[in-house]
Every structure is written in C-alpha cells, then in structure tokens.
Design a protein around this ligand. Structure first.
Ligand code: SAH
Length: 474
C-alpha cells in the first residue's frame, strides 16, 4: 500500500492554494467544501476565483509565492503552469512538514486526493495511487450508480438512534446484528421511499425484537438490454434474497442478480409449462412472510400488460409492504432501437399501446378508433392474431398500404425487424418469432433514416433468392 487513506478534518484549518487558474479554483472549492480556511497566491485569478475572494470566502495573500507563506499552513496545493514554482512549493512544504500536493505530478505529492462518492456522512474514496486516475474515476462512476442517494439520510437517521440503542441493546454483537438487519431490510426501504418517521418507528420496533418481516419489489426489467435497467432496479437486484422472474426477462439482466439469491422462474409463455398466476401470488406472499427481500421481476414495465397490479393487490390484502420500480416498456424500447419514433409532428399525434392477445370472437378492441389515421398503433402479443388485426384495421378504414414493422427481440443483440405494408402483416408475422411487437403507422418509414442498432430492417419484398433473383415472399 503506497498511500494510507485517511479522512482529514479541515474545518477552520489554514490551507494554501498556489495558482489562480480553473484547476486551482476547483481545488480551492473542494477545500472550502470541507470547511477549510483557504488562502490563495497568484498573480492572476480566474473570474470565479476572483469572485470568491471578493465575497470574502477565501483570503488573497499576494502575487508571488515565497516559502514563508507556508508557516502555520496545514496543507498546500500547487496548481500553476510554472514547473519551477510548483517544485519550490513542494520543496518548501516538505522542509516544514506541511502536507503538499502538486496537481498532476505524483512525484511531488506527499498526499493525493481520491475520487469521491459523496453521500455525506457516508463518503467513499477511490484512488489508483496516482497510477491510473481515469480508471479510478470510472470506478467512482460505477459506485455512484450503485450507491443510492438515500444512503446519507439513512446514516444520519442511524446516527441519531445510536445512543438510544446502546441503552436498550447492551451487547455489541447484538447491536451489530441489529444494524445489519436494519440496513438490509424494511428500514432501508422506508428511507428510500422518503418515509423518515416510519423508518424511525421501524428502528424502534426492531430494537424491541419486532421485525416487520419481508417485502416485495415489483421491478420492470425493460425489454432485455441490461443497459436499459433503472439504477433503482439494479440496486434492488443486488440486494435480493429471492427473485421471481418471467421468461421475458433476458439472461443479460438475470446475470446482474445477487449471486446468492434464489431464482424462481414463474414464466408464462404460450405453449410452454406455465406457473399459474395463483401460484405466483402464493409464492410472493410466502417468501415475504418468511422475512425475505423478494424481487418480482417482469419484462418491460410491470404495469403494462404485465399483471403487476393484480400481484400487488394480493400483497396489499396480506399486508405485505411493496415498492414498484418502473421499466422501459417494449413499445418504447423496441421502437427506439429500431429507429421508429412513436410520435412525429408530421405523421402521428397519438400513439396507442394495445394487446393483440384477444379471446376468439371477442370485441374487446374498438377497431374504429384503432384504425384512425395520423396515429401509431403498437400491438403487444399480436403475432398469433396478425391476420385478424390486418383485416380489422383495413375493414375499419386504415389504408392497406400503411407501413408496418414487426420488431422481434427489440433492444437485444438478436433484434430483428420485418417491414412491409398493412396488407402484408400476416405474411410478416409468419417470419417473426416471439417476443415481438407490431407497429402500424407512417412513422415506420422513418426507420430508413433513423435505424442505428443491429442489422438493417428486412423489407417484406422485393427479396432475393439464393441465385440472387428478386422474389416475392411466400
Ligand atoms: N410488461 C411488458 C409486456 C408484457 S406482454 C412490457 O412492458 O414490455 C409480452 C409482450 O411484450 C410480448 O408478446 C411482446 O409483444 C412484447 N415484448 C416484450 N419484450 C419485447 C421485446 N424485447 N421485443 C419485442 N417485443 C417485446
């Protein structure tokens, strides 16, 4: 270990910045944020620096550095463009045992400043010991994403409760168990939901040995590409004890689940063994009642054709606390990755999301409304009924040459797009596999220009046979 990481209390301590450029100003700002008594030496100051001096936030000591300026200084930072001057600051500081940092010159540093994730009072510092600062920054960004914003508030509330806890729970191991349970359980979720009073009440209950048990997070996994998960989803996936997931959830997303978590597939898929909805509801209640942190992971958004609402109603009836994390629904994700804007000032003022999974002969859909022009129609689960959809839309007035696209496995590396006209919808659907979305509307044509992800869309025809001749699709 080349450096000892320490957290210095700089409040009211005299610190010196030599240099007046933007970088020097950033360093001065950092010291001010930590409450230091900042002094600056430089012939010129950048405008913001000057403003801070004028406002009395820091003290201007003069134009030219001389070693005596370091007398009584706790730490110094040199950020000038003059190498000799930086070296002089370094040397003089060392002679006086003053901590010193020359910016971007690890050889001339007796301390270095880490990359910081600030969730005060929680502070995470990352350093590459000056070897690869960009790598340290990338690590910081990852942590930034992983550590929820409410961490600071959680630590503050915990801090307030510490002395009370010491009175009721006297043994140290018991107190450690208490905090582990609190930070991993309902207390943490209540802070995340902004319910400070309930969170404090939860600590009280826990300290009397009354755990409020498990809870469920209903999470949208998005259309498959793990990059489209929300940060909250990622955080909860990494804390879960049990994950109940659907077939639609991609392997890429499942690979982000905490390694020790139990994984239970409760998928529903036409033609495959399915877990009945009642069984899924029962499992959710059972796991949560055992005190587990349960994640119910669904493709896309859990409230869009996902029966998420029904599952939550069951939890509500059993008094099991829950939270909902929205996901990117397939209609938004797949069209974005296919270069098809859902609305466009010239082509579509409305976008409608409907399910094509209809009972035979049912009139659940208002075809008259769905067939209107100037709108984009996105049909979920529509492959099986494509012939009916095509007929009904045309019968109810939609032009049979309206552009259509079928997007299979949207946003995933295996994404495929089949394009044609409304009168060819059934033929296109025969080539596509589930999961796929049907998009009907003029906006489909924009994908010619806006397509950016994966392979180019496949036109319905003309298409080329093995000998290179142009053929119509079968
Ligand atoms: N809750 C999900 C929808 C569940 S219904 C959501 O918000 O996206 C299942 C249907 O969603 C599939 O039949 C298909 O029509 C559509 N779908 C889900 N993921 C998809 C994807 N990656 N590409 C295309 N369609 C998808």
């Amino acid at each position: 270990m080349d450096y000892l990481p320490i957290f210095a209390d700089l409040k009211r301590r005299p610190c010196l910045v030599v240099g007046g450029n933007d970088i020097a100003w950033r360093k001065a700002k950092m010291l001010l944020k930590a409450g230091a008594d900042v002094k600056v030496i430089s012939p010129e100051l950048s405008p913001l620096f000057q403003q801070a001096v004028d406002n009395g936030q820091l003290t201007y000591l003069g134009e030219e550095f001389s070693p005596h300026h370091l007398d009584g200084i706790f730490l110094a930072i040199a950020a000038t463009e003059r190498k000799a001057l930086n070296a002089l600051v370094y040397q003089s500081a060392n002679q006086r045992q003053v901590l010193v940092n020359v910016v971007d010159d690890t050889q001339r540093c007796s301390f270095i400043v880490p990359s910081v994730v600030d969730r005060s009072p929680i502070i995470v510092a990352v350093s590459s010991s000056g070897q690869a600062p960009v790598l340290a920054r990338l690590i910081r960004e990852k942590l930034e994403a992983l550590l929820p914003q409410h961490l600071g508030l959680m630590a503050t509330i915990a801090g307030r409760f510490r002395s009370r806890l010491a009175k009721t729970v006297t043994s140290f191991p018991a107190r450690r168990r208490f905090w582990e349970q609190a930070f991993n359980g309902r207390f943490a979720s209540l802070v995340a939901a902004g319910q400070v009073e309930s969170a404090e009440y939860e600590l009280e209950q826990l300290s009397q040995g009354q755990s409020s048990g498990g809870e469920v997070a209903l999470i949208g996994a998005g259309p498959g590409n793990a990059g489209l998960l929300t940060l909250r989803a990622l955080q909860l996936l990494q804390q879960a004890d049990v994950v109940l997931f659907d077939y639609l959830v991609s392997d890429e997303v499942m690979s982000l689940v905490r390694r020790d978590a139990e994984r239970v597939c409760v998928g529903k898929k036409a033609g495959f063994h399915s877990v009945p909805q009642g069984e899924t509801n029962h499992l959710l209640v059972e796991y949560a009642s055992k005190g587990k942190r349960v994640v119910r992971l669904k493709g896309g958004d859990p409230f869009v054709f996902g029966r998420g609402g029904e599952e939550l109603e069951v939890l509500f009836e059993h008094n099991i606390p829950f939270e909902v994390v929205p996901g990117i629904t397939a209609a938004a994700g797949a069209t974005a990755y296919a270069g098809i804007p859902l609305t466009h000032r010239d082509h579509a003022q409305t976008a409608m999301f409907v399910t094509g999974h209809l009972k035979a002969g049912s009139d659940q859909l208002d075809w008259h409304t769905l067939a209107r022009g100037n709108q984009t129609l996105v049909i979920y689960m529509g492959l099986m009924n494509s012939s009916d959809i095509q007929q009904q839309l045309i019968q109810h007035g939609r032009d049979d040459t309206t552009p259509v696209a079928i997007i299979e496995r949207g946003t995933q590396p295996t994404q495929k797009i089949f394009k044609g006209q409304l009168k060819e919808l059934e033929e296109l659907a025969q080539q596509a596999a589930s999961p796929a979305l049907i998009v009907v509307g003029e906006v489909v044509n924009l994908s010619e220009k806006l397509h950016w992800f994966g392979k180019q869309p496949q036109p319905a025809y003309p298409s080329v046979d093995e000998q290179g001749a142009v053929v119509k699709l079968a």
